[in-house]
Design a protein around this ligand. Structure first.
Ligand SMILES: Nc1ncnc2c1ncn2[C@@H]1O[C@H](COP(=O)(O)OP(=O)(O)OP(=O)(O)O)[C@@H](O)[C@H]1O
Ligand SMILES: [Mg+2]
Length: 666
């Protein structure tokens, strides 16, 4: 029905149920008299009534109550089945009050007695007016429902939770998504603003409340912040909250604020992972640079120490064993050996030292280290070992893994109070999944063997946890720590393609875990037995080193062992001497790093002339001379500088024995 019709500007279409033509005429006149244009369509039976009704376009229905064969009540029922709104007015001769009330209850709009027809038009006007208002309200409600639905769909599409805060009453209402984001159902959310405040992460709370306060005071345009909220199960979700005050009173006090929540946990986690990866990269680069620097210095130190240790040993052999001078030199040796250990640490850290990775069983290495630990650590410390079945074999350098354990255990021991505590070294298998691997630049998913050294010491403050792997970072007093222990561990672990995790609670203790990737290659059963010192028995050795001091020490050592030694300090000279009479020598010991011809090259030439000749290669640090390469080149063994008479002797013994068993076998 259009407004022009309800305003009676256009002719009304009226369906009129009336069997009495005279009455009908009276009604028509009454309407016309009031100046209302209309098409009055009179019917007197059910069939024609229904036909008109179903044709539609009717603005108003008038009906006599008592029509033979088809009463007004039946007509009303038919109409209301089809349309709740169309005005239906009874125009009736005699109608008791009771019946009138009854008709209104069953849906009639009004009733007018035929004796008082003057009431008819006002009743029509009112009915039309009311019906129009009802229709308008209905349309508005429909539109509102549609718009709410659109909003809900948009929120759902954008995955937004919604909140609406009534400030004076401190009531905050949220939508389902808001609740579900935090694992709640909607009815579990208490409609108080405090409920939200209590969910704020303690680290974010004051920042968020300050920002909110600033916005409420009108200092900021909007309230837009990222923070964590506690979920129902106690976890944390990152949300982006965007909102603003939408209503203020005349004094500017906020009355109502609304806004949305977006779950940004995924993005935050990715950001965090990226930050971690960047930090790891920076750390790796820093270590690399420091390693190169330290490695270079350590190399020179190594040669100097070689001379100090070598000559001291030799002088001691000349002196009476019981004398004071001998004892003093013993102290010199001790100090020099400490320096040597330090240089070894630096070289290991700088990754320059030749090493090789072969299949080893972590439990074997741990067991060996435990013996040393138990005998060196004070008895107040409870040293325990825990080895889990199924720990996989790893590709490693047993000596270096041993060093990791010693360095970590030393730190643990230092962290324990004087009255003791616990150090536990354990080994277990572990699987690294995709998610864990994503957080560590050096980590691939797969099976790992995890070595852990745990203590009940004073722990590491969060602020310095980042720095403990830095070379020369130490919290110990001068002379008590150089700060190289963990840098070395870090270097070794990198070489083993492993990963280090630090768990430390200040006051509670520290657990450092090292992940070594598993290998499929089987580990050999038992390690070789201890070597014995060689006895020269007049055999001839060619000794080559371009550093005269070291060459002299080496030769003196060999002479002590009973060898006949020929010394050469230039690799080309050495080659000429050898080539002149290749069969003259039973053994060649040569330095690797020499100008013109390296030890490896020299050895190569010699072996061409005399295949099977035992050659020992002496190396300081040289990444190119891995044990594997050396063996491939046919060289019997490799010795690290600085060596002692003892360590050199053992290697010579082993090489000569191997040589014998080789020639016996052939
Ligand atoms: N288990 C631990 N408990 C408490 N603090 C530790 C532990 N391990 C390492 N730290 C801290 O990390 C620092 C660095 O350790 P790192 O082993 O590199 O050097 P250091 O022990 O100080 O010296 P160095 O090992 O060269 O003798 C230590 O000074 C100490 O503050
Ligand atoms: Mg240490």
């Amino acid at each position: 029905m259009t407004d022009s019709k309800t305003d009676l500007l256009e002719p009304l279409d009226i369906l009129y149920l009336e069997d009495d033509a005279n009455d009908a005429e009276l009604v028509r006149v009454e309407i016309l008299q009031e100046g209302i244009a209309c098409n009055l369509n009179r019917v007197s039976d059910r069939v024609s009534f229904l036909r008109c009704l179903d044709r539609g376009g009717i603005d108003l229905i008038l009906a006599d109550y008592a029509v033979p064969g088809f009463g007004g009540s039946a007509a009303l029922e038919l109409v209301r089945e089809r349309d709740q709104e169309i005005p239906f007015i009874f125009v009736s001769g005699s109608m008791g009050e009771e019946m009138a009330v009854e008709t209104l209850k069953s849906g009639a709009t009004d009733y007018v007695l035929k004796e008082r027809l003057t009431r008819l038009v006002p009743a029509m006007r009112r009915a039309l007016q009311e019906s129009r208002i009802r229709r308008e309200r209905e349309t508005a409600e429909r539109a509102l429902r549609a718009s709410e639905q659109r909003l809900e769909l948009a929120l759902r599409g954008a995955d937004l939770g919604l909140w609406d805060w009534d400030l004076p009453r401190q009531i905050a209402v949220v939508n389902r998504r808001w609740a579900e984001m935090l694992e709640y159902s909607l009815d579990e959310i208490e409609p108080r603003i405090d409920f939200w405040k209590c969910l704020l992460h303690p680290e974010d709370s004051s920042r968020v409340l300050l920002a909110l306060d600033a916005h409420l005071k009108g200092e900021t345009e909007a309230f837009e912040t990222e923070y964590r909220l506690r979920t129902r199960s106690g976890g944390w979700k990152w949300v982006l909250n965007r909102g603003r005050v939408v209503l203020r009173d005349d004094a500017g006090q906020p009355l109502r604020a609304t806004g949305t929540h977006l779950d940004i946990t995924g993005r935050k986690q990715a950001e965090e992972t990226n930050l971690q990866l960047e930090a790891q990269l920076r750390q790796a680069q820093k270590m690399e640079a420091l390693g190169t620097l330290a490695g270079g210095i350590a190399h020179d130190f190594n040669n100097i120490l070689g001379a100090i240790i070598g000559y001291t040993e030799l002088v001691r052999l000349e002196l009476p064993e019981a004398g004071q001078a001998n004892r003093d030199l013993g102290e010199v040796l001790k100090a020099a050996n400490r320096a040597k250990l330090l240089v070894e640490q630096i070289l290991t850290f700088s990754r320059q030292q030749a090493h090789d990775l072969r299949p080893i069983k972590l439990p074997d290495v741990v067991q060996e280290a435990m013996q040393l630990l138990r005998s060196t650590l004070p008895s107040t410390i409870d040293v325990r070992m825990e080895i889990e079945n199924g720990t996989p074999t790893i590709l490693g350098d047993a000596t270096q893994v041993h060093q990791i354990i010693m360095n970590l255990a030393a730190n643990s021991a230092h962290a324990l109070p004087d009255n003791g505590g616990l150090i536990e070294v354990s080994v277990r298998p572990a699987e690294v999944d995709e998610e864990m691997a994503r957080g560590h630049a050096d980590l691939q998913p797969g099976i790992y063997a995890v070595l852990s050294v745990r203590d009940t010491g004073h722990g590491i403050e969060a602020a310095i946890q980042q720095r403990i792997f830095d070379p020369f970072f130490t919290t110990k007093a001068p002379g008590l720590g150089t700060g190289l222990g963990l840098a070395v561990v870090h270097g070794i672990v990198r070489k083993h393609r492993g990963m280090i995790r630090v768990n430390s609670d200040p006051g509670q203790g520290t657990d450092i875990q090292i992940y070594f990737p598993a290998t499929d290659r089987p580990a050999p059963e038992s390690p070789a037995g201890p070597g014995r010192l060689a006895a020269g028995n007049g055999k001839r050795v060619l000794f080559v080193d371009d550093e005269v001091a070291l060459a002299k020490v080496g030769c003196l050592m060999l002479t002590r062992m009973g060898f006949e030694v020929e010394m050469q300090t230039g690799s080309l000279d050495a080659w000429e001497a050898f080539a002149a009479a290749p069969d003259r020598f039973d053994l060649v010991i040569t330095d690797q790093t020499m100008p013109k011809l390296t030890g490896l090259e020299l050895a190569g030439r010699m072996l061409q002339l005399r295949p099977g000749l035992p050659i020992i290669l002496v190396t300081g640090y040289h990444a190119s001379a891995s044990r594997e390469r050396v063996h491939q080149a046919g060289i019997a063994e490799m010795v690290m500088k600085p060596y002692t008479i003892d360590s050199l002797g053992k290697v010579i013994h082993q090489v000569m024995q191997d040589g014998r068993s080789r020639s016996a076998a052939s």
